[in-house]
Design a protein around this ligand. Structure first.
Ligand code: ADP
Ligand code: MG
Length: 699
């Protein structure tokens, strides 16, 4: 697309505010804005007008179909396309799209996971238009972002709790702003910018790896001679083929109104990153889902495959998604921006301590929000944060909190009295220089960066949980402050107390170190190493109480989510185990046998000439004999254990079995297979090696 004008294409396929303003009556436009900004329901009359305008616009953009686009618990998005075509007698058709089709869709929910929420006799679910996220046209269809619920109203998707959490957050944050005398702000929105990491490999090598095709990650593969040790890939020059992919991806995203902003090579060979400009948690979530989908489809057009798994390759870095989270008012103020007046700073400190308290009290939920079979391979892998949650604030802010805790002056240089009283706090300098890349939850100047999120995760989960837990702390703070006799004194005490009670969650050191694990244990912090350790805590009493208080999830909905996530975990590991068996039997075993036969044949030929030395062949044959025996035993064990796996067990039992038995068996099998790969001749090996895959995009 040479000479494309970006401002011209940006959002060109989106039914956005500008389009609505131009195509709707003043009344309908105002009503849509109220629905979007304040959650006011739209009248049927207005919906009718919006539907008509949307249809006209979509047809102009080439759409023939429309679809309610939703995010079921499977993690990917779902869509079912209906055409606008409606017969009108005499074999003629009209293009029709009613307000009913816009607002609500019926969907057979029986094939989507519901974790027991929907009894099989009630197979219907429905999708409801989410006017807070714009409709768009893609591949000849009008996409309408929707939430997906059961007929009883229970959430069957990832978007519903996210929207509910945003409402709760808005309500509680406004209470706090009013206490500080802010009467102007009408809405407070949690915002997110999600930096997305991914791998790009050539399609031809991908297709030869059953493990990548079935599981998205390699189950075998010896370490390549060159990995990421030289650090020559990070921010390195982008290869033309990758660059062409990135260019097309950017353009596709811009058309859909996604603010794709930065792109660069990441640490591992074949690894890259895309970061968008932040927006509300809801829109960011939709846009991140779209970004992941487009990464995959655009890659195919370039003969490439995009891997979004958290750990496609052992021995090089896996992929994450840095979830940058902050808080905006409708007046454009960032509430996590340290202000330059004492009053602003006191307000900032209150929001900051609310986040600190939330993270400390709900470590379990944050861990759960990123729990998946894929992410377990990454967390704690000395490349990503460990499974222990802690917060990094940076030296400056750490100093401020320590001083407040002790009631001391923060800095001699500034000669300030550090009572928090709204009138006396000094300006807090924005601290953008020091970074702690090992921290799972780092303050970066005016936002928090949650770094534990896996690359394939739907960010609705971490964000509805962050929104919810911070809303809860804001609620408690507001309750206390609204009842205070003297606001300034109470505020002072509240901030100080919160720091004292929750400072154990603050940590500035190296999160990858063994010492931190010990120290965290001493501090009483949780270390939920695997998904299976974390998930059973979802429905703990304190969590249910918090979610129910804010009407974000009911106990029943939490239970259903736990079941779905556990089941998903065991399905993934079970498929991996079956795939490993397949590869071991049908691809590795023949290679080993062939190579052994080749060596033995060489040996016997040489024996005929007894003077020839045959030390090399002998050594290799002996080594291979030992390894192949280990391999064969490990394979037998894995097969035996897979056969014991019983799909009628409870989801928890299945998940525990997968984690403690199957994954271990697979690791033992892999060890011997990888050791053999190192010595077997390349021609004997059926599938591409790590070297072949990681360097498959050469130019
Ligand atoms: P850094 O270099 O500190 O990581 P960037 O400006 O590159 O900062 O931002 C990284 C990501 O954080 C981007 O996706 C960006 O949109 C996002 N981000 C910046 N400000 C905010 C904010 N207020 N709320 C949410 N995300 C934000
Ligand atoms: Mg960043």
């Amino acid at each position: 697309m040479k000479g494309v004008s970006i401002p011209k294409i940006f959002g060109s396929m989106v039914f956005n505010d500008k389009v609505m303003k131009a195509r709707l009556s003043k009344e309908a436009y105002a009503a849509v804005r109220l629905a979007k900004d304040e959650g006011k329901p739209l009248s049927l009359e207005c919906a009718k007008e919006v539907a008509a305008a949307m249809k006209e616009w979509a047809i102009e953009k080439g759409a023939t179909h429309f679809t309610h686009w939703f995010q079921p618990m499977t993690g990917i998005t779902a869509e079912k396309h209906d055409s606008f075509v409606e017969p009108c007698g005499d074999g003629d058709v009209i293009m029709k799209f009613s307000e009913k089709s816009l607002v609500k869709g019926e969907s057979d929910a029986s094939s989507f996971p519901s974790g027991g929420l929907r009894a099989t006799f009630e197979a219907r679910g429905y999708t409801a238009w989410d006017p807070t996220s714009y409709a768009f046209v893609k591949d000849g269809s009008l996409y309408i972002p929707t939430a997906f619920c059961s007929y009883g109203g229970e959430a069957l998707d990832k978007k519903t709790p996210l929207l509910r959490s945003m409402d709760a957050f808005n309500k509680q944050a406004l209470r706090i702003l009013r206490l500080f005398g802010n009467t102007k702000a009408k809405k407070v929105t949690p915002t997110v910018g999600a930096e997305q990491e991914y791998f790009l490999i050539d399609k031809s090598v991908y297709e030869q790896r059953l493990d990548l095709v079935h599981c998205g990650r390699t189950l075998f593969g010896a370490r390549p001679a060159k990995g990421q040790e030289l650090e020559d890939h990070y921010y390195g020059a982008i290869k033309p083929r990758v660059s062409a992919f990135m260019k097309e991806l950017d353009e596709e995203l811009w058309k859909l109104g996604v603010y794709a902003k930065t792109k660069h090579n990441e640490a591992a060979p074949a690894q890259h990153e895309l970061a968008p400009v932040f927006t509300s948690t809801n829109i960011s979530t939709d846009q991140n889902q779209l970004t992941m989908e487009l990464m995959k489809s655009v890659a195919t057009r370039h003969g490439l495959v995009c891997l979004l798994h958290e750990k496609p390759f052992a021995s090089v870095n896996g992929s994450g998604k840095h979830n940058n989270w902050s808080i905006s008012t409708d007046l454009g103020e960032n509430l996590l921006e340290p202000g330059d007046t004492p009053a602003k700073n006191a307000q900032f400190l209150l929001f900051l301590t609310a986040v600190i308290k939330a993270v400390d009290e709900y470590q379990d939920l944050l861990r759960i929000s990123v729990a998946s079979a894929g992410n377990d391979h990454r967390l704690g892998g000395y490349e990503a944060p460990p499974a222990i949650i802690s917060i990094y604030l940076g030296e400056e802010l750490d100093g401020v909190l320590k001083a407040i805790e002790k009631g001391e002056e923060y800095s001699a240089k500034r000669k300030t009295d550090l009572k928090i009283g709204v009138s006396v706090l000094p300006p807090i300098p924005k601290d953008s220089t020091d970074r702690n890349r090992t921290s799972p939850f780092a303050f970066t100047g005016n936002k928090f960066e949650f770094r534990m999120v896996g690359s394939s995760t739907n960010i609705a989960c971490p964000n509805f949980i962050i929104n919810a837990i911070v809303a809860e702390e804001l609620r408690l703070f507001a309750d206390r402050l609204e009842g205070a006799k003297d606001f300034a004194t109470e505020l002072d005490a509240l901030i100080r107390e919160t720091i004292i009670n929750h400072k154990r969650i603050l940590f500035s050191g190296n999160n990858y170190s063994k010492e931190w694990e010990k120290e965290a244990k001493r501090r009483g912090l949780l270390n939920l190493k695997t998904t299976v350790d974390a998930l059973p805590r979802y429905a703990d009493e304190k969590n249910v109480k918090m979610f129910e208080t804010h009407k974000i999830l009911s106990k029943q909905e939490i239970n259903s989510r736990t079941e779905i996530l556990l089941e998903n975990y065991s399905n993934i590991v079970h498929i991996e185990a079956l795939t490993a068996i397949d590869i071991a039997r049908k691809e590795i075993t023949p290679a080993v046998i062939d190579y052994q036969a080749f060596l033995l044949n060489e040996l016997s030929l040489k024996k005929e000439f007894s003077t020839l030395a045959c030390g090399l062949e002998k050594k290799l044959a002996e080594r291979l004999a030992v390894l192949s025996e280990e391999f064969s035993n490990a394979l037998d064990k894995l097969i035996e254990d897979v056969n014991k796996y019983d799909s009628t067990w409870t989801n928890l039992k299945k998940a525990k079995y997968c984690q403690s038995i199957l994954l271990k068996d697979m690791a033992v099998l892999r060890d011997s297979a990888d050791a053999m790969e190192m010595i077997i001749g390349k021609d004997f090996y059926a599938f591409p090696t790590y070297e072949d895959i990681l360097y498959s995009v050469k130019y």
